[in-house]
Each structure stands twice: as structure tokens, then as C-alpha cells.
Design a protein around this ligand. Structure first.
Ligand code: SF4
Length: 473
């Protein structure tokens, strides 16, 4: 494999060689939270979540309550995509939504009761599964319940994930009427062979018409999700998808790597392993996509994300105002998050919690009048310091020692002595610069920023130590 540089244009400076991508673009957490959800414990349950909500309600959080964001998980999909690793329920029985919406109403009521007065919400996101599995009337019902429980701020971000196979221009118009102003299309790949191999057939023309219509209807931001590493993809075929996306010109692009874990995710067992691209093809696809999007005028936001230069995310990145939450990068300041629905994750103050992952468990808890929280975590002082460092790296690409030292009463060089040593290979590779009073992620380092963040993840470091220890004995 050659170590040819990935460049935006022939005259642009190299941003990362394929050799470095190979070495440092290791699978790892996306850090939509720290600690990551796999570290949540069952000892944290509904009572802990209620306590956190009531502390928020009584203004017991330092500096007053954070702005509020709400996430609603709709788990249903009509048919399964073979690459899927989401928490979803595959069904053609649309009547199943009614029971779910009843449960969701109960959950909204319990949260509202714990929070007290109707709170203002600055960000609302519907994800899944496929939120557009719901009919127009069912979506009306959920939005009405939410508006009854919360005050949705004027100018709030209201976003929804859309499966292009389940919407028409009329449905998009209805979403707009309901107040949604951002829409995210699951595209993944436009190649018909690839679409067949992953059981998600949605022709380019239909996605183009939907995006056109979303734009005409005044959605402020249109996102397209892509995946590389899928069966039957080649660097050449994926370059065609990248060019087609360039033609549609969504405001934002999320580019994810497919992780083939058939033991963990049952639908992936239907993927023919022999049809998966090789490691070097994957690196070429990633490199080609980065160069393709930069060459078409997109800005690199951070891990997996690109945006047009005048999109709010790109502006926030330039101004150092990016944040990160369970929906990925956000322009919203550090929010508390109410997660509603099966498997949804929330964050209140210095704690995270997650709802039951199966519908029977979720329904049972709510029938008993209990929040359906089954695990979570109260952050320790160490978690809070590391969260601040990891989020600064992921969002600003820079950690100023002084700001962390003042906020957390530590000495960065003492507290993170071992981590700073571990950054040395990344510094030698030109991915970070360790200054006297700061850590700076370089332009090339942004492409592997999660590898930089992983150095500060105590849980991962402990796993590594344990692994080494078990090998020694
Ligand atoms: S990828 Fe999305 S639409 Fe496909 S099965 Fe998974 S959740 Fe449903």
C-alpha cells in the first residue's frame, strides 16, 4: 500500500497520509458522552435519575440549570438493513406504534412531574429506528405531547432522521408544519449493487427529489449519512457516491465506517463477508471521500462530519463554539438531555442514564408508574476532568491547561503525566502538538481525533492495563 497523501486539491497541502490513517484510525468510541455508554452500571436506576431531575428542578446544579435538549427514540422499521447496529424493532404492523406512543406519553408525564414547571427546550431530535415509521397523525400526537410538557423555544433546533423510502414530498411538508427545521437522510451508498447487498434499495433519483423538496420547503439544514466499508463497495464505486452527494449538496455530511460485528449484531450475519472491501480499500475510500468533500468546498468539522462553510456547524467550529452530545456535533451549549423512549440515553447534571433496551422491559416499568431507567452513571471528579479534556479535544481540537486547572483544581502536567507521555507517538507523527500550556490537534490530527481522545479515557487505559496484566500472568 502506498503512503500517498490525502489531499483536497492538487495544490492543497496533504492533510493525512494513508499510512497514518491506517496506523491511527483505529476503531474506538465516538465520545458522544464520557464515560461512554458501555461503562454505565445497573446500580444507577430510576431513583437516581429522579434525584438528578429534581436537583435540576430545584436549581441545585452549580451555575443554574443547563439548557435542555430532548431526544425521542422511535424504534420501529419496516425492513432490516443488514449493516444495522441500532436498537430497533422490525415490523410491518403499524398498529404496534399505538402501544408505544401510550408508553411514551406516560414517560413524558413522569419526566414533566419530576422537572416541575414547563421547561424551555432549545433542541429536539427524533431518531431511531425510523421516526418516519409513524404516520403523520402519530407524529402529530408525539409533538403535541411534547409541546404540552415543554416550551419549545422560538428558533429551537428541531431535527428528525428520515428514511427516504418512507417519505414523500407531502410527508416532508407535514414535518415542516410540525416545526421540524432540520432533516437527516439515511443514504449510506447510491450504488445499486451495494444497496442490494445491504437490503436497502433507494434510488439516487428519489433521494435527489426528496432533498430538493426539503430545500424548497425551507428546512434550514439537510444532512446526509454515508457509510464506507459496506459489501460490494470499491474505492471507485464509493467515489461515484461521493460525487453524487456533491451534486445534491446537503449542508452536512456524516461519513461513518462500517464495523462488521456479526456476533453482536444479528442483521450483519446476512452480509456476505467475502463481499466486504479489504482494509486497504477501506482506507482508500476514506481518503477519497475526505479529498472529495474538501475538494467540493466542504469543511471538515471533526470526527466523521463535514459541513458547507456557511452551515451553523462550520461557523461554530471556526468560532470555537462546537459542542458534542448524543446526536454528535452540535452548536448548542452544554445541554442537559432528556432521552425518551426505549434504549434512549439522557444526561442530567453530572450523571448519565439509559432506558430499558427492549419493549417489554420498557412497557413494564411504565405500567408500574416508574421511569424505565435501567442503568447509568454518576460522574466522579476524575470523570468530570477527563470529560472536559476529551470534549475540548473533540470539539475545539485544543486543550488549554489553565482552563481545566482552574475549573477542576488540578495541575495538568502532574494529573496527566502518563497521558502526555502516551501522546508522544502522535506528536512525532505530526497529529498533535504539545505546547507548554496546551495540547493542540493539528490539521492532520483532526482526522484521527478519537485516537487522541482515547489516550485520556481512563476506562480504556484500565482495560489495556488489565489486558497486559492478564497476558503477563
Ligand atoms: S439502519 Fe436504520 S432503517 Fe435500517 S434497520 Fe437499522 S434503524 Fe432501521
Amino acid at each position: 500500500m502506498s503512503a500517498s497523501p490525502v489531499t483536497a486539491r492538487a495544490d492543497a497541502p496533504p492533510v493525512l497520509s494513508e499510512a497514518l490513517l491506517r496506523r491511527f484510525d483505529a476503531p474506538g468510541p465516538r465520545y458522544t458522552s464520557y464515560p461512554t455508554a458501555d461503562r454505565f452500571v445497573e446500580a444507577f436506576g430510576p431513583a437516581d435519575c429522579l434525584r438528578a431531575l429534581s436537583q435540576r428542578a430545584h436549581g441545585a446544579t452549580v451555575g443554574g440549570p443547563a439548557p435542555l435538549s430532548v431526544y425521542v427514540h422511535i424504534p420501529f422499521c419496516e425492513s432490516v438493513c443488514y449493516y444495522c447496529a441500532c436498537n430497533k424493532v422490525i415490523t410491518r404492523h403499524h398498529e404496534r406504534a399505538a402501544e408505544y406512543l401510550d408508553a411514551l406519553d406516560t414517560e413524558i408525564g413522569l419526566v414533566r412531574a419530576a422537572l416541575g414547571p414547563r421547561e424551555q427546550v432549545s433542541q429536539l431530535h427524533f431518531g431511531g429506528g425510523s421516526p418516519t415509521f409513524l404516520s403523520d397523525a402519530e407524529l402529530d400526537r408525539v409533538v403535541t405531547s411534547l409541546r404540552r410538557a415543554f416550551r419549545i423555544a422560538a428558533g429551537a433546533e428541531m431535527s428528525i432522521e428520515v428514511d427516504p423510502r418512507t417519505v414523500t414530498a407531502m410527508r416532508l411538508a407535514h414535518l415542516r408544519q410540525l416545526g421540524f427545521n432540520r432533516v437527516s437522510f439515511g443514504v449510506q451508498d447510491f450504488d445499486p449493487q451495494v444497496q442490494q447487498a445491504v437490503h436497502r434499495v433507494q434510488p439516487f433519483d428519489s433521494v435527489r427529489e426528496l432533498m430538493k423538496s426539503a430545500r424548497a420547503q425551507g428546512f434550514e439544514s439537510i444532512n446526509a449519512d454515508l457509510i464506507y466499508g459496506l459489501p460490494r463497495q470499491t474505492p471507485e464505486s464509493f467515489a461515484r457516491t461521493v460525487a453524487q452527494i456533491g451534486e445534491l449538496r446537503p449542508d452536512r455530511i456524516a461519513l461513518y465506517a462500517y464495523a462488521h460485528l456479526p456476533q453482536r449484531f444479528k442483521p450483519q450475519r446476512r452480509i456476505v463477508a467475502d463481499e466486504l472491501p479489504s482494509a486497504s480499500q477501506r482506507v482508500a475510500m476514506l481518503g477519497g471521500a475526505i479529498a472529495g468533500f474538501l475538494g467540493r468546498g466542504y469543511s471538515y468539522i471533526g470526527m466523521d462530519h463535514f459541513a458547507l462553510p456557511d452551515d451553523a456547524l462550520a461557523v461554530a467550529k471556526r468560532q470555537g463554539r462546537l459542542h458534542r452530545n448524543f446526536q454528535g456535533y452540535s452548536t448548542q451549549p452544554d445541554c442537559d438531555l432528556i432521552g425518551l423512549g426505549v434504549s434512549a440515553i439522557g444526561r442530567i447534571g453530572a450523571s448519565y442514564h439509559q432506558n430499558a433496551k427492549t419493549l417489554p422491559e420498557y412497557y413494564d416499568a411504565l405500567r408500574q408508574g416508574q421511569l424505565p431507567v435501567v442503568r447509568g452513571i454518576a460522574l466522579s471528579r476524575d470523570d468530570l476532568v477527563r470529560r472536559a479534556v476529551i470534549m475540548a479535544l473533540m470539539c475545539q481540537g485544543r486543550v488549554e491547561f489553565e482552563s481545566i486547572e482552574l475549573a477542576h483544581l488540578i495541575k495538568m502536567r502532574d494529573y496527566f503525566a502518563s497521558e502526555l507521555e502516551q501522546l508522544a507517538p502522535l506528536a512525532e507523527a505530526g497529529l498533535v502538538e504539545i505546547e507548554r500550556d496546551a495540547i493542540q490537534v493539528t490539521a492532520a490530527g483532526w482526522y484521527v481525533v478519537r485516537a487522541v481522545a482515547m489516550v485520556f479515557d481512563r476506562y480504556l487505559q484500565n482495560d489495556k492495563l488489565r489486558e497486559r496484566f492478564s497476558r503477563i500472568i
